[in-house]
Design a protein around this ligand. Sequence first.
Ligand code: FE2
Length: 670
Amino acid sequence: MVNYKATVHTADLDNAGTSNAVFIKLVGTDGESKSRILRTFSGASSFKRGAVSSFTVSCPASIGKLVLIELEKKHSLFSPKKSWFPAKVEVKSPEGETYNFPIYHWISDSEVHRFREGTALRVFEDSHHHGLYSREQELCQRKRDYHWHVYAEGIPQCLKALDIWHLPSEVKFSLRKDLEVVYTLQSGLLQLKLEGLANSKENWSDIDDINKVFCSRKTEIYDYVRRHWKEDSFFGYQYLNGINPILIRRCSALPDNFPVTDNMVFLGGQFSLADEMKKGNMFLCDYKRLDGLEVNNIDGKRQYLMAPLVLLHKTPDDKLMPIAIQLKQTPADDNPIFFPTDSEYDWLLAKIFVRSADFNEHELNVHLLRTHLLAEVFAVSLLRNLPMVHPLYKLLIPHTSGTLVINNLARALLISENGFFKKYTATGGEGVTTLLQRSLSSMTYSSLCIPEDIAERGLEDVPNFYYRDDGLKLWDIIHRFVQGVLSFYYKSDVEVQKDSELQKWIAEIFEHGFLSQNSTGIPQSFTTVAEMVKFVTMVIFTSSAQHSAVNTGQYDYSGWMPNSPVSLQHPPPTTKGTTSKATMLQTLPNKGATANGMAVLWLLSQQYSDFVPLGHYTQDHFCEKVPCKLIKAFQTELEVISAVIEARNKSLEIPYTYLDPADVDNSVAI
Ligand code: FE2
């Protein structure tokens, strides 16, 4: 007889423990143990939340190198059915070897569940018949659990699920997070009801009254925005370090539909457009994707959304100043170009229309599509095509946490027929789908990779551009980490080419996420290690850093509604000199839309208890020394950059914290 020592770790999570009987079977290259019940003197508490319990499993002789374990849970009359969430099992063999089995799955039924030994294996090196069989079974089950679904033609496909309660247990929020989200939303809505604002159709008569909404929920940046939102330099600043830093680009030639001339914008003759463009001092923001969108009706009232063009000038003192705004794409007499020299309310209203266009472009394209929906595509393809023992599953699974739930909620509560967008924003209804379709069809792979994106937009040397500075550093650190881990497993390009599971992962992303559009430049397959490393870097960057950059500051920058109106109730002026403060107040969203917008943005900008900072992993999927060391080095590099960002922010009027790794979540989880 030989003895194996099995140590079972039950996860330290809500409801993770069970009092049901647990059985284990060890399967090795030379044989297998019998399935045996795991019993200790501690009895029912052996598998309570956070418990670590050891057992002896005896075999007549050594069963060789361990390949997998089978776990089974049985309830009885005295021990009613109770799900169990084991974290991992360690088995010490009589030869003195320790084998690790990552589990991290809910066991709810009385079926046999197989879990592989943790050493990563690609399919072409997985030679043991028991291992291969369990690999195939695992992927078959996953394909039964995770189906692609067409939510709307022309946008990335998503996971098929009736609602969040029908999602597989592994991808659900924790109970605590469910409660936190419900509490944050309900308490916000209750406060609005108490303040009499939830359904108010009244217009604001005094803009300062907006500050009384949600008075207990403010941030320092919200307060800064409230005080500075009218200033041109702050309007320009937001294109670099606000929540939509991906629209602005250097302008080397004015578009034909934006006929700005020197004497319109440089009255004193101190600059010329041609010279300033040559010097790289001119910038353009073009909202052409919004042109001709079907615009929402709210409470029977038509809303207005423009597709502006904004010209900005970098001044000698490094400020980015808007110098011309045209609100519609086609030049016409009733589509004036507005300038800072116009009347106070003509210019302010022009900027308000731009900021409202930016709200809709940001929420639907920059935030929802380019982070949430893409992260879901990466996750669904991962779950369908890569078994737990695959190195890429181990690397990417922490970066998918919470994504499938939050996206399901977004579809149900934000962009559905009765959702927030339909009720309160300019793009509600058809406009949402059309904008998402246009955004996907104009998306490029290079725009998802920040080094290429910054270069393509000509923004390498724009001063005070912290999104770029921090983003490039994070990309670099993530890239080095991914390269380290993946080149440990893939020693040649041939190995990449012959990994059929990896190839299926990228093929489904191309097909179901990017709808097989070659124009995106997204790879359909990988031929080299370098291609795979770059793509995986983009996946982690998009799911963590990019999402943080466009998500975390939503309340900061859009909570003060006039800086970011969800919709506008009046058309813009068609001639100059006709506007006043009263025009502005009639144009801004009414009290109900303002207040509900604030409640949703507050909900989406909070940090919840499941927050895990970038590079920190709550599950031990890797067992080999090299990736474990690389994770430590990754964490150290992130700590260093976090300290640098914190020190930099001390000297800034507005700190830029959204890419501080300590505040960046590993995944799209809100
Ligand atoms: Fe988000």
